[in-house]
Design a protein around this ligand. Structure first.
Ligand code: NAD
Length: 495
């Protein structure tokens, strides 16, 4: 495995942010106005420490003003056809400036430039699909005559918007995750106060600018940037906020659930996803798929592969081939076109991951590949013989580290896969339909992926987890349903 510091670097596209650039929307968005604040914070690139932008930091008062603007915007008419048109136009705008978005994502976040290029088209597609889904939302007539005494009643139900929705997003897919929240929320007639991760506000501010330029009425989308621990309580506890849609870590999710009070919660949290490799697995397919699922985005992916449960009969062959594959990966700057594994979001996170690997080694684990850190870069790491109960075995490492474990049967693999407090995605590589269906029936997760890694998601899938991995489901159709509430109309026709 190699590292690169120079070479084929993605050029800065025209219009992309730079430290001296003041044309970027770097204030807060409240009621349609860009608001600059005295207090600011820097967005920096984790690999080289370069300041990418300086952003306004909101206070709790700004949050309250943003919620007021969102609430007030709901009083003004914004019919479905207008919402459809805005989302479609915004999708076109995002696509038209996809290079600038990708550049910003790779600089501010923790994705290689090649990974970052996949986000803008995906976000545009999510907005288009949300616009279409808004058109499909409908109520139904109700069978009132199913109860004796109600024969003379007729009626139906509508779906109405929930109202003001707080959307809080993480750094790892800084554009796609917020598109998954804002697209369905706007399509179904809600108003949003968005709090992006403080590490990655640039793509969120561009996204907001593109929605406003597409004709979104003032107040329907507000953006408050700054520290989550400073702003979070004011946002989620405001009684005018009727739903909190959160994607992030379990501890933050638990804090929000305690603070929010009586309102709807959608929680997309973490995991330490398992992949089972059976003796009849096609290793030519399994090895690259699992490596990609484990090390893309430097392992900072809620769907990332963490635990590989390999049948004894193929353990040695699989381990050797995975180590060979990893030896061909390149670690380094997110802006280098040839880099496969970029810096983690911060040196502090990289140091944490390193300490978890060290803990496992002290408890008897063996490093098969990687195990090295320099600044915020952690080399793709494979560890085996990790004892049960080590952090790498039961917590979410959220870094480029995988654990190999030897199992002697499918039952044992499933028991180990389920023996954690997470359950987002799980995967199995096998040629046996019977084994695949056994896994589908017994794995306690939100999705079982057969013959691919856990890192697979289609944006229309119901998406979410069991146990500490979350509450509720995203995915366009499901988010639209969650972001509306029914209202029944019942006519009593009796004279
Ligand atoms: P995080 O929990 O640290 O931060 C997420 C967001 O919450 C950020 O915007 C942050 O500013 C905000 N926040 C922090 N403290 C807050 C508070 N007290 N009140 C309100 N908001 C607060 O998570 P992260 O480090 O940005 O992301 C990593 C985590 O996100 C991982 O656990 C990962 O698995 C999870 N994740 C889950 C999914 C999913 O769909 N299930 C997708 C991506 C990431």
């Amino acid at each position: 495995m190699s590292t690169r510091k120079g070479g084929s670097v993605a050029p800065r596209p025209p219009g992309s942010p730079s430290p001296s650039d003041t044309t970027e929307p770097q204030g807060l968005l409240i009621g349609g106005s860009w608001v600059r604040t005295d207090r600011t914070f820097d967005v920096t690139n984790a690999f080289d420490g370069e300041r990418v932008a300086t952003i306004s930091a909101a206070t709790a008062d700004h949050v309250t003003a943003a919620v007021s603007a969102a609430d007030a915007s709901l009083a003004l008419d914004f019919p479905l056809h207008a919402r459809y048109d805005v989302l479609m136009r915004a999708a076109d705008r995002i696509e038209a400036s996809q290079d600038e978005y990708a550049w910003a994502i790779a600089r501010e976040g923790s994705k290689t430039i090649r990974e970052a290029r996949r986000e803008p088209p995906r976000a545009a597609s999510i907005l288009r699909q949300s616009a279409e889904e808004g058109r499909r939302l409908h109520g139904e007539t109700l069978p009132f005559d199913s109860r004796a005494g109600s024969e003379n009643r007729v009626g139906y139900y509508f779906r109405f918007p929930i109202g003001v929705i707080a959307a809080i997003t993480p750094f790892n897919d800084p554009l796609a995750v917020l598109a998954h929240k804002v697209g369905p929320a706007i399509a179904t007639g809600n108003a949003v106060v968005l709090k992006p991760a403080s590490a990655t506000p640039l793509s969120a501010l561009r996204f907001a600018r593109d929605l406003m330029a597409s004709g979104l009425p003032d107040g329907r989308l507000n953006v408050v940037t700054g520290s989550g621990s400073e702003l979070g309580d004011a946002l989620v506890s405001d009684p005018r906020v009727r739903m909190v849609t959160f994607t992030g870590g379990v501890r933050t999710g638990e804090h929000i659930a305690r603070t929010a009070g009586l309102k709807k919660l959608s929680m997309e949290l973490g995991s330490n996803s398992p992949v089972i490799v059976m003796p009849d697995a096609d290793l030519d397919r399994a090895v690259p798929a699992i490596a990609s699922g484990a090390f893309a985005q430097a392992g900072q992916n809620c769907l990332g592969v963490q635990r590989i449960l390999i049948h004894d009969r193929v353990y040695d062959a699989f381990a050797r081939r995975l180590a060979d594959h990893v030896a061909g990966l390149t670690a380094g700057s997110s802006m280098d076109e040839r880099v496969d594994v970029c810096a983690m979001i911060s040196a502090a996170q990289a140091t944490r991951v390193e300490s978890w690997v060290q803990q496992a080694v002290e408890l008897g684990a063996r490093i098969l590949a990687g195990g090295k850190r320099e600044g915020a870069v952690v080399w793709p790491t494979i560890v085996e013989h990790v004892p049960r109960g080590a952090r790498l075995d039961c917590d979410e490492v959220y870094g480029p580290v995988v654990v190999l474990a030897r199992v002697s049967s499918l039952d044992e693999a499933i028991d180990r896969a389920n023996a954690v407090n997470y359950g987002l995605h799980a995967a199995i590589f096998t040629a046996s339909l019977a084994d695949a269906f056994t896994a589908v029936q017994r794995l306690m997760v939100g999705a079982v992926i057969v013959n691919d890694s856990t890192d697979y998601r289609l944006d229309v899938m119901p998406f979410g987890g069991t146990k500490s991995s979350g509450i509720g489901r995203e995915g366009i159709q499901f988010a639209c349903a969650e972001m509306t509430q029914t209202r029944v109309v019942c006519f009593n026709l009796q004279k």
